[in-house]
Design a protein. Structure first.
Length: 256
């Protein structure tokens, strides 16, 4: 392995370590705050909130690499324990890949989808995106008491040169990352929900959450970000998965 490659991996590991420590400190507070609904605002303000300062649009024909969707689906046990379901995840991955490819392909961008084998080389970048996206969701999208004063309400986040290897590999200027987690109530969980409802206690039946980020691979800047957080949707079905991806990609930058 070349020295520069080892240095990139070393920097990424250090960055991930720092982020994980920070997120561990935020812990449960982040999960609760991330579920808080955004305050009403004019559409122009919402648009600027999810675009980086000075960024307004993409040039037609710009090269974009669509990273494989980072997705996991779970079944909730009677006690609320999330149990991974590989079969559901595989089905959802196929549905979401088709939906995202169709959506971005219709914009006029020169978009290519990275295959799973190639993406394995960039597992650290995918993991780094997940950590940073969660931080953006907490400190920027949720805001309020969790907003960072230094950001002044702006989408001002960067990976520096951590994403540069992606550009070197693909020749693309931009990369689209998508992270989604979804859970569904099992039959036992539904029975528990009914039983507790009789006692006046509400139990969650599952949550669909996700983040989408457009990153400038040359500068490392996050140019656009959106999050999805709701208790509806079903990624196991093609039509419903397409609707979820359309919701997550709402506000994607204009292409002109």
């Amino acid at each position: 392995m070349h020295t520069s490659s080892r240095e990139h991996r070393s920097r990424l590991r250090r960055a991930l370590s720092v982020l994980c420590c920070f997120l561990a400190a935020a812990g449960s507070f982040g999960d609760v705050a991330a579920q808080a609904p955004a305050a009403p605002a004019a559409s122009a303000s919402l648009e600027s909130k999810y675009l980086a300062p000075g960024f307004t649009q993409l040039a037609k024909g710009a090269r974009v690499v669509i990273m494989p969707v980072d997705v996991e689906l779970y079944s909730l046990s009677a006690g609320g324990v999330a149990e991974p379901r590989a079969d559901w995840t595989a089905a959802a991955l196929g549905h979401m890949k088709s939906a995202v490819t169709a959506r971005i392909g219709a914009t006029g961008l020169d978009a290519t989808t990275m295959d799973e084998a190639t993406a394995d080389e960039f597992a650290e970048q995918v993991g780094l995106h997940a950590a940073v996206a969660r931080s953006i969701a907490l400190h920027h999208a949720a805001g309020g008491p969790w907003a960072l004063p230094s950001k002044n309400g702006r989408l001002d986040w960067s990976f520096d040169d951590a994403m540069r290897p992606l550009q070197e590999k693909t020749g693309a200027r931009y990369a689209l990352f998508i992270y989604v987690r979804d859970s569904y109530a099992s039959a036992e969980r539904k029975a528990a929900m009914v039983a507790m409802m009789v006692l006046g206690v509400g139990l969650s039946g599952g949550t669909q959450s996700g983040y989408a980020s457009l990153i400038d691979l040359e500068t490392g800047r996050v140019l656009w970000f959106n999050r999805l957080l709701r208790v509806s949707g079903d990624l196991r079905e093609s039509g419903a998965a397409a609707e979820s991806m359309a919701a997550l990609l709402t506000g994607f930058p204009a292409v002109r």
